[in-house]
Design a protein around this ligand. Structure first.
Ligand SMILES: [Zn+2]
Length: 265
């Protein structure tokens, strides 16, 4: 039986002979159902005309996404470390080229996902690479393709391989998590922090497509938690937003003031 994937958000559902009638992610007010209605596909169909494109964006750091753009269109990050490689966030499509590239780079020790919009095809990825997929327990209800590789973590911070920690900051989702690559002073925020197009500021949103900002209390908590995290750069999950390459902590602090008090005029 096939595993159907939602063409709007890229979420993969468990094996089913019948096409799902609704998508839980798209029905949620943080996302949307397109005017043309919900669409579905399978990994097999995607494989006819899709592939994953890789780019090395820093030493030991690759990012890749599916071409042509599929679902939300996010990129995933492959972090190479001497203690094992980490996949941060994920895409819905996995083909033999992707498997071979990642295996040649040393395989995966762990997969961690920032929030349910990027759950994509995590069960397939975890099974293929024989590694755990860490999801925060607070977002357990959004898992629609349960698998033994999925490992729910609790609490506020977890080290997933030596030198790489994940922090649950909440906001966009109760379990929204960021990744900290300690030696590189790099922060991977998922959708907890939005890198704005000037690449000098950030914003904090509950819904991106529907333009709903996060409440002030959430923004203040996120800033307070990040005070203890040492980072200089932020890698956004989208190619078009890219990275804040330096002074990212100051950018976050100034952006919090801008969001809560309004811009200086
Ligand atoms: Zn969907």
């Amino acid at each position: 039986m096939p595993k159907f994937l939602c063409t709007t958000c890229g979420l993969q559902y468990s094996e089913n002979a019948i096409v799902p009638s609704r998508c839980v992610i798209c029905d949620d007010p943080r996302q949307f159902v397109p005017k043309t209605g919900q669409g579905w596909t399978t990994a097999e169909k995607l494989g006819v005309d899709h592939f994953n494109a890789f780019r090395k964006i820093a030493p030991d750091l690759f990012a890749f996404s599916t071409v042509p753009r599929f679902g939300i269109g996010q990129r995933a990050f492959l972090i190479i470390t001497s203690s094992g490689n980490v996949l941060w966030d994920c895409v819905s499509f996995l083909d033999s080229a992707t498997i071979e590239i990642i295996r040649l780079l040393g395989g995966l020790k762990a997969i961690a996902i920032s929030h349910p919009h990027f759950y994509s095809a995590i069960a397939t990825w975890g099974q293929t690479f024989g590694c755990p997929v860490f999801l925060h327990e607070a977002d357990k209800e959004w898992v629609v393709d349960p698998d033994p590789c999925i490992s729910f973590w609790t609490g506020e911070t977890k080290e997933i391989v030596p030198g790489i920690t994940i922090h649950r900051l909440g906001g966009h989702f109760p379990g929204s998590t960021v990744l900290h690559w300690i030696a590189r002073r790099a922060l991977f925020p998922g959708d907890t922090i939005l890198v704005t197009f000037d690449r000098e500021h950030v914003s904090f949103m509950w819904s991106y497509p529907n333009n709903v900002p996060l409440p002030a209390a959430d923004v203040e908590r996120i800033e307070s938690r990040l005070k203890k995290v040492e980072f200089d750069s932020i890698y956004s999950p989208f190619w078009e937003r890219g990275e804040i390459e330096r002074n990212a902590k100051e950018a976050v602090e100034q952006s919090v003031i801008r969001q809560l008090k309004g811009p200086e005029r």
